[in-house]
Design a protein around this ligand. Structure first.
Ligand SMILES: [Zn+2]
Ligand SMILES: [Zn+2]
Length: 364
């Protein structure tokens, strides 16, 4: 198969031919149709995240068709199928998989060849640690991530642990579905962590924000979108999707906010967002990596303001968001690139050259 691989951090991805992967017990083999690009991919490529397998095929917003099913993954099966032999060291307790966290499994349509599936960032968790048992598998110390420790979707084929994959909702073409899988569902987790307040600030208006503004509006909330100073196109795009106000990141909103979500990887946005929320307000840092946060006076945190991060996703987040997206309905604006142009796509993401979400077209 053709794949774009990262051999060392800081180097461009290289187009190469790899042996076709084969599904191990518990895995599905997916023929990739589209794979979204994400800021996390940039952090892997740049070496900001230091635990990458190398070489690695990046990409963790994968939409494709099931091409083959590994041993133990059968329609109608549930618990035996839930644990692939040797997939994760130490695993063996089927009871560790929480109720209702096996999307699609057990139904007559689960994992048949030809079915359209999505593969997200969370590729596996241990299933037995305290975090996993409490439904917080996103915090599992042994979790493994797609496009980081497990080869991802910048390739014609990939394999994934069936328990961590999601059926793609009807009505979304492959390209439009891809950004739902990280920008959408980790974004949705961030939105939940922001609480129920009506006035929400979004710092950075990229793939995640362009999805969440639609969800927030549907929930009856107001979005205040902050962009880089002078980013007229980004601000116009935010308004076109229903943001009630747009401005530069260092300006104050017209009214204090109930909560803010920081999508951009810039630590200086934390004190800026704290200044924008009123007492009791929450500032959510939604990214996996951020530059250092500058020191700030305690007075801007005082008043029970909260700063928190959001890490990864649980399968429940995925199920909830993928059920919600067609109801809103969330529409994604995508900017498509062929697989072999992944480096250009990542450069354009870094430079903010497109609005919405970047997606690689693979077996389009
Ligand atoms: Zn665990
Ligand atoms: Zn991502």
């Amino acid at each position: 198969m053709r794949a774009m691989i990262l051999e060392a951090p800081g180097k461009p991805l290289r187009l190469t031919e790899l042996l076709d992967p084969r599904p191990a017990p518990g895995q599905i083999l997916v023929r990739v149709k589209a794979c979204g690009i994400c800021r996390t991919d940039l952090h892997v490529v740049d070496g900001d995240l230091t635990e990458s397998k190398l070489p690695i095929v990046p990409g963790h917003q994968i939409v494709g068709e099931v091409a083959a099913v590994g041993e133990g993954v059968q329609p109608g099966q549930s618990e035996e199928a839930a644990v692939g032999e040797g997939v994760l060291p130490g695993q063996g307790e089927v009871a560790a998989v929480g109720e209702g966290v096996q999307p699609g499994q057990g139904s007559a349509t689960a994992f048949r060849v030809g079915q359209r599936m999505g593969i997200p960032w969370l590729g596996g968790s241990c299933g037995h640690c305290a975090y996993c048992r409490e439904g917080r598998e996103n915090l599992c110390d042994e979790a493994r991530y797609t496009g980081y420790q497990i080869d991802g979707g910048f390739a014609e084929l990939c394999v994934a642990d069936a328990r961590f994959c999601f059926p793609i909702p009807e009505g979304y073409p492959d390209l439009q579905a891809a950004p739902l899988l990280c920008a959408g569902l980790i974004g949705y987790r961030s939105l939940r962590m922001a609480g129920e307040g009506r006035r929400l600030g979004f710092y950075g208006f990229g793939a995640a924000a362009h999805i969440l503004v639609q969800v927030a509006r549907w929930q009856g909330r107001e979005v205040y979108a902050f962009t880089r100073a002078g980013d007229e196109a980004g601000q116009a795009f935010a308004r076109s999707l229903g943001a009630v106000w747009t401005g530069a990141a260092d300006t104050a909103p017209p009214e204090p906010l109930d909560a803010a979500i920081i999508f951009a990887p810039a630590g200086e946005l934390v004190p800026a967002a704290l200044r924008a929320v009123h007492k009791g307000g929450t500032v959510v840092c939604a990214g996996i990596h951020m530059s250092d946060i500058p020191s700030f006076p305690y007075s801007i945190l005082w008043g029970e303001r909260v700063v928190r991060s959001v890490a990864n996703l649980t399968r429940r987040d995925g199920e909830e968001f993928l059920a919600l997206a067609p109801q809103v309905p969330v529409r994604t604006e995508v900017h498509a690139y062929p697989l072999q142009d992944a480096n250009r796509a990542l450069d354009d993401l870094r430079a903010g050259r497109f609005t919405g979400a970047g997606v690689l077209v693979v077996n389009g």
